[in-house]
Design a binder for this molecule. Structure first.
Ligand SMILES: C[S@@+](CC[C@H](N)C(=O)[O-])C[C@H]1O[C@@H](n2cnc3c(N)ncnc32)[C@H](O)[C@@H]1O
Length: 202
């Protein structure tokens, strides 16, 4: 069981951006401002590239790379983006290859979010940006999404924003989050020195 993302490319390409609240977009644009010109931005679990499109709208010079295991989603990626069939738990990128990693509505779908977070820390440059949009399973719409995904047989590895920040700090990040009615945006930067430690969902 689980959501058949491979068959849902058209649906996400048409409606995917509508699943984000309007307040998330300015937060993304602001986070991207500090990136160097032509920065490589990994859109992880990026599907049809909803976040890559938003990033390119904010900064046309960015170079998005969309990584996702579902070819049916990647088929709808925006033209300038590079696409890579890959799982977040084993990324085919070199250490410190990315200037930024974006993860939108995807972390809770990963089979092993702890391994995925360690991979994110590995492929990011020191000082690199991590931007995550997720649901808080305790509140508002997040509670409904949590139960819905459990019923659909998805991994449903939802982190509270506090737990996610704790795990990220253990991996060498510092950051903050903004939450409204069970949805949150977490923005973090990888410090120069990295420590690796296991993360646990809430
Ligand atoms: C709800 S969609 C979100 C897609 C996109 N980020 C967006 O905002 O529209 C979740 C995505 O996570 C991907 N996914 C599931 N398991 C994954 C994994 N282990 N590694 C990377 N991506 C994964 C799915 O294929 C799907 O494209």
């Amino acid at each position: 069981m689980g959501i058949p993302f491979d068959l849902l490319g058209r649906v996400f390409a048409r409606w995917g951006h509508r699943t984000y609240p309007s307040w998330a977009w300015p937060l993304l644009a602001r986070a991207l401002e500090a990136l160097p010109r032509g920065a490589r931005v990994l859109d992880l679990g990026g599907g049809t590239g909803v976040l890559s499109r938003a990033a390119l709208t904010a900064r046309a010079d960015l170079k998005p790379v969309i990584a996702d295991p579902a070819r049916g989603m990647l088929r709808h990626a925006p033209d300038p983006a590079e696409v890579v069939v890959a799982r977040a738990e084993a990324l085919p990128f070199a250490d410190a290859e990315m200037d930024a990693v974006l993860v939108g509505e995807a972390l809770h779908h990963f089979q092993d979010p702890e391994a995925a977070l360690a991979e994110i820390a590995r492929v990011l440059k020191p000082g690199g940006l991590l931007w995550i949009y997720e649901f808080d399973p305790r509140r508002g719409v997040g509670r409904w999404v949590y139960w819905g995904e459990r019923l659909l047989g998805e991994p449903a590895h939802f982190f509270t924003p506090e737990a996610l920040l704790r795990s990220l700090r253990d991996l060498g990040f510092e950051g903050d989050y903004r939450e409204r009615r069970g949805r949150y945006v977490l923005t973090a930067r990888l410090r120069g020195e990295r420590r690796r430690a296991a993360a646990r969902p809430a």
